[in-house]
Design a protein around this ligand. Structure first.
Ligand SMILES: [Fe+2]
Ligand SMILES: [Fe+2]
Length: 381
């Protein structure tokens, strides 16, 4: 089927789908008009599924993406459809060949109701978050958590999301080379994380997922902060030291703001020259943090050393035998773990199992063996 026709058909499905939802909200689910629109949605869907077998629609921001392209010219229909999915916390929906009318009825009924708890994937309709990160622990009430820690986890998640915009602000300030950074909001986030660790909440469940590709740096920074601090806390760091380690992890990639975006976000392989430019984010970051008044000294080391491996290889090249600080070593573990979990332009995300295998293989060469053992214990709680 030519692409253009496919898109026209997709728009037909979306229109009928929207109409089914709004009519069932307006009348009752049993109203003949609702039935009529669901039938129409089903017929159109089934026709395409018989040819294409699968349709996946992804919500990114306000846009709907189909076949790696934003669906244009959909006007209010697309807007309404995206809103319905967002209201139900769905970022991705896949219809698979063999879909029955009953299942579609149930989906529309669930989407139209204000209760989102009933929504579940089935064999022919898969619902989920955008698979930019894998193994995202859903915010479901884990049996091992007491009511109290569950409530705290929810608090941590909302504070973490609120801090995302503050982190953006800090990184924006770094870009314009402001001498005074406002990190008050981060302080609050860091204390919330500490509270979570001391209650035994698994750090993996606190991690943020990537909503859109341009938020990579900020999401990455928050996740490196969570993963570094939980290591530090488990090793006995506390109070002001733990707080400073949190700040150091938030600042570890500050130098990236001084690297041209075309190189930083270049899809595909980098040339040797481009790689060398990216590698300067360590020294540039360290030099920048050194000039700030309200930054702990450990943040300078974290930025400088987080790509120096345990055996002294990596970058930047420092003359003589250089042992990276223990905090930089913890940041390095967190940094690699988060990078491997995320889908970048050049590689797909890896499962936690595979990452653990890779980290274990690099014990003693890239990473401090003691840190790896304790990190694996932490994330497998
Ligand atoms: Fe880095
Ligand atoms: Fe990083």
């Amino acid at each position: 089927m030519p692409e253009i026709e496919y898109k026209k058909d997709l728009l037909q499905i979306i229109k009928a789908f929207n109409a089914a939802i709004s009519n069932s909200r307006l009348y009752t689910f049993k109203h003949p008009q609702v039935k009529q629109y669901i039938e129409l949605t089903y017929l159109e869907l089934d026709r395409i599924l018989q040819i294409g077998q699968e349709i996946t629609l992804i919500v990114i921001g306000e846009n709907l993406v189909f076949n790696n392209q934003t669906v244009q010219d959909g006007g209010p229909n697309i807007y309404q459809f995206v809103t319905i999915l967002q209201e139900n916390n769905i970022e991705r929906i896949t219809f698979i060949e063999g879909l029955s009318k009953e299942i579609l009825y149930q989906l529309i009924k669930d989407l139209a109701s204000s209760e989102t708890t009933a929504l579940k994937s089935s064999e022919h309709i898969k619902l989920g978050k955008v698979e930019i990160r894998v193994d995202d622990t859903e915010l479901s009430q884990d049996e091992s958590l007491s009511d109290n820690s569950y409530e705290n986890l929810k608090d941590i998640i909302s504070l973490r999301d609120a801090t995302l915009s503050e982190i953006k602000g800090i990184y924006r300030d770094i870009k314009i080379k402001k001498k005074q950074l406002d990190i008050r909001g981060v302080e609050e986030m860091i204390s919330a994380f500490v509270k979570g660790f001391t209650q035994g909440i698994n750090p993996i469940s606190m991690l943020a997922s990537l909503k859109s590709v341009d938020e990579y740096t900020f999401t990455h920074v928050i996740n490196v902060c969570i993963l570094t601090m939980s290591q530090a806390e488990s090793l006995g760091f506390s109070g002001e030291h733990l707080y400073q380690i949190g700040v150091a992890s938030v600042m570890h990639d500050a130098g990236k703001l001084f690297i041209p975006e075309e190189i930083l976000n270049k899809p595909g392989k980098l040339s040797r020259e481009e790689r060398a430019i990216i590698e300067t984010h360590t020294t540039k970051g360290a030099r920048y943090i050194l000039g700030l008044e309200n930054m702990p000294r450990i943040a300078v080391l974290g930025a400088l050393e987080h790509h120096i491996k345990y055996d002294g290889t990596g970058y930047p090249l420092i003359k003589g035998k250089w042992n990276p600080n223990i905090v930089s070593q913890m940041i390095a573990v967190a940094d690699v773990f988060d990078a491997m979990r995320s889908r970048r332009s050049y590689s797909p995300p890896k499962s936690t199992e595979l990452i653990i295998k890779i980290l274990t293989e690099e014990k003693g060469t890239a990473f401090n063996p003691f840190l790896i053992d304790s990190f694996i214990k932490l994330i497998s709680m």
